[in-house]
Every structure is written in C-alpha cells, then in structure tokens.
Design a protein around this ligand. Structure first.
Ligand code: ADP
Ligand code: MG
Length: 277
C-alpha cells in the first residue's frame, strides 16, 4: 500500500502578479508504506516544498496529494493528514517548546488530545527510542545538536505518525550528531515507520531503499541508490556529487586501477583494492 501518493502535482509561490516561483512542476510519485526514501537535489530544487506537500502544510495548485488515501486538499482530512506525517526540520533550536525535556515531548500528544496516562507512557517510549531517556527531567538547552535533533524526533514520534519526514535534519550537525540521527531514522524504519529523508549528504542516501533526485521542481532520477549513483554524468548535470567512495573509485578507474566504478561504500572500496593488491 502506498503511504503517500502524488498525482501530477504543481505548486507555485505567488509573490506578486508578475513574480511567481514554480517550485514543484508536475510530480507524480508513490511512496510505499514501510519504505525508506531519500530525496536529494540542489538548493531550490523543491525538496522542502515537496515535504510540506506531503503533510498538508501546503496543498497543490494542481494535481492531488493523498496520504493513506486521504486527499490533503479536503478540509476534513487536515487533522488526520498532519497526524499521519510528522516532520523534523533543519534547526534543532526552533523545534523545542518547553524548558524541561519531558514537557517538550508531551506537548505534541497533548495537542492531539491524548489522555494523560497515555502521554506519560509515550514520553518514556519516545525518549527511549532515541536514546535520551536519562535526560527526561533535564533541560534541552544544554544538549548537543545531535541530542537536540533526537529530542525533536522523540517529540514527533510521541504523536505516533506513520510517516516521518526529515527535511535536512542533519544539516546543522557535526558528523557524530548526523550519525546519531541517521541511526534513529533507520531504527524507526526497521520497526515499520515510513521514512522520507531529505538530505544533501549523499552518504545518508546510501542506506535508503529508494533515492529520488529533484531538479527544478521535477523528478530527475528515481531508483535504488546503486542505480542512481551509477549515473554520475546525470548527477553532475543535476549539480550533485556521488558519494566519496564512488568519487575515489572513479578516480582510481581513470588512473588505470580497475576497482569498478559501481562502488558506494568505503568498506566496499577497501575490499576491492585489497583484492587487487
Ligand atoms: P529546497 O528545499 O530544495 O532548497 P524549496 O522547496 O525550499 O527548495 O524551494 C523551491 C523554490 O521555491 C526556490 O526557488 C525557493 O526560492 C522558492 N521558495 C521556497 N519557499 C518559498 C517561500 N516561502 N516563498 C517564496 N518562494 C519560496
Ligand atoms: Mg529545503
């Protein structure tokens, strides 16, 4: 079953009569329930607009977005759509609302009208999932960037969405923080949550089931990461780079060391090199 389905979706930001930015231009797409989908694309390619179309923060000018069959344009679906698709944004500091961590996590479910006992259970459950349970009584302000983003994730999953969208949620983090967030994303996916990960780190797309490349509001490439990263000329056209291990493999190939260019991970490259030595 598809979690989110877009049919020929268009969206423009209308700034004035003459200044219209066509951010999404004819996207059709079906995201399978339980999948891990990465979306990449240069700045301004429409990723964040697409993310907001996924959870009804924006509705299409033309075409339809359906979330578990619910048309996001239909006013009666707004609440259920928002509840089904949670979003984690880029800046961890903008996503905290309370000065005590457990209150911060309780805020979302409280707004959904979840009963007290259940909220208490969910706060512990969500903090446990992101490895932050021991910080429950603490304050979010002293945490590292990675910890703050894990807290943001806990706040979202406490609302029990079926889909979680990360919109460049690792962009402001150091490598350790990025790894922490990606680990949580994959764990949630293993437990059945549909994950959509918008990123500009190609390495983060490697573990996805599917990789979609956006360019100027359209889908430029769509396939497994291996499929997409093997089309490096097309990626270049889309102003994107292949993962570092692939770049090295291509450079080695050009220098006559034939490790094969369809390599994505560092370990894979090391293995191939060792076989040649
Ligand atoms: P990305 O997330 O890939 O960087 P966006 O979806 O944010 O892309 O932006 C797509 C296009 O829409 C860009 O040209 C951007 O400048 C424009 N845009 C995004 N948000 C707004 C907004 N709130 N008002 C006007 N234009 C916007
Ligand atoms: Mg963006």
């Amino acid at each position: 079953m598809s979690a989110i389905e877009l049919n020929n979706v268009y969206f423009s930001y209308v700034l004035s009569e003459t200044d219209i930015i066509k951010a999404v231009r004819g996207i059709s797409l079906s995201i399978e329930e339980g999948s891990f989908v990465a979306i990449v694309g240069h700045n301004g390619s429409g990723k964040s607009t697409l993310a907001k179309l996924f959870n009804g923060l924006l509705v299409p000018d033309y075409g339809t977005v359906k979330v578990f069959g619910m048309d996001t344009k239909d006013a009666k679906n707004v609440f259920d759509v928002r509840k089904s698709v949670g979003m984690v944004f880029q800046n961890p500091d903008n996503q905290m609302v309370a000065s005590i961590i457990e209150d911060d996590i309780a805020f979302g479910p409280e707004n959904l009208g979840v009963e007290r006992e259940e909220i208490i259970r969910r706060v512990d459950w969500a903090l446990e999932k992101v490895g932050m349970l021991e910080h429950k009584k603490g304050t979010p302000f002293k945490l590292s960037g990675g910890q703050k983003q894990r807290l943001a994730i806990a706040g979202i999953i406490a609302m029990k969405p079926k889909v979680i969208v990360f919109d460049e949620s690792t962009a402001m983090l150091d490598p350790q923080g990025r790894a922490e967030v990606m680990k949580v994303a994959h764990e949630l996916n293993k437990e059945g949550m549909t994950v959509i990960c918008i990123t500009h780190y190609m390495e983060e797309a490697l573990g996805a089931d599917r990789l979609i490349v956006l360019n100027d509001g359209k889908i430029a490439l769509d396939g497994t990461p291996k499929d997409v990263f093997s089309q490096y000329d097309k990626l270049k056209e889309n102003r994107l780079q292949v993962p570092l291990a692939t770049q090295v493999a291509i450079a080695l190939d050009e220098a006559g060391i034939k490790v094969g260019t369809n390599i994505m991970e560092k370990d894979e490259l090391v293995d191939k090199l060792c076989q040649l030595l």
